[in-house]
Write a protein that binds this ligand. Structure first.
Ligand code: ADP
Ligand code: MG
Length: 140
């Protein structure tokens, strides 16, 4: 297993309900280290650019509105197999399909307000990390 880095976002539904610490505990209990972290209010342009891959999807406009509806916490997680491990800890996109014990099963409000984002490949992780963090802000 290779040590990897992945981009994680605690979404506005999570910050609104004061769940930052409880979600971070899930990452740390699973062996992922939070090696960079900051709280941001995303602009419409930032959220739109981050989710540009979903531009043609029917939920894109609502997703951008949701992601700018309150603060987010953006993070870099590091550990063995971090990309896949984080997706496992997060659970399925739709909380109705998420496995017991996952973040989305325990905390998500809906398929849209599903508490966390996680990169879906090592390649996308590198792009997404660079979207939010300068190299000097990441301390492994
Ligand atoms: P994931 O976050 O699990 O990688 P996607 O990349 O497919 O899922 O979608 C990005 C985000 O868009 C989801 O986390 C969720 O907030 C939102 N989303 C996805 N599918 C839907 C949908 N059918 N209706 C509303 N929002 C959705
Ligand atoms: Mg995705």
């Amino acid at each position: 297993m290779a040590v990897e880095r992945t981009l994680s976002i605690l979404k506005p539904d999570a910050t609104r309900r004061n769940l930052t610490g409880r979600i971070n505990a899930k990452f740390e209990e699973a062996g992922l280290r939070i090696i960079a972290q900051k709280r941001l209010q995303l602009s419409e342009a930032q959220a739109g650019a981050f989710y540009a891959v979903h531009k043609e999807r029917p939920f894109y406009k609502d997703l951008v509105a949701f992601m700018t509806s309150g603060p987010v916490v953006v993070q870099v997680l590091e550990g063995d197999d971090a990309v896949a491990k984080n997706r496992e800890i997060m659970g399925a996109t739709n909380p109705a399909n998420a496995a017991p014990g996952t973040i989305r099963k325990e905390f998500a409000e809906s398929i849209e307000a599903n508490s966390v984002h996680g990169s879906d490949s090592a390649e996308n992780a590198a792009t997404e990390i660079a979207f939010f963090f300068a190299g000097t802000e990441i301390v492994g």
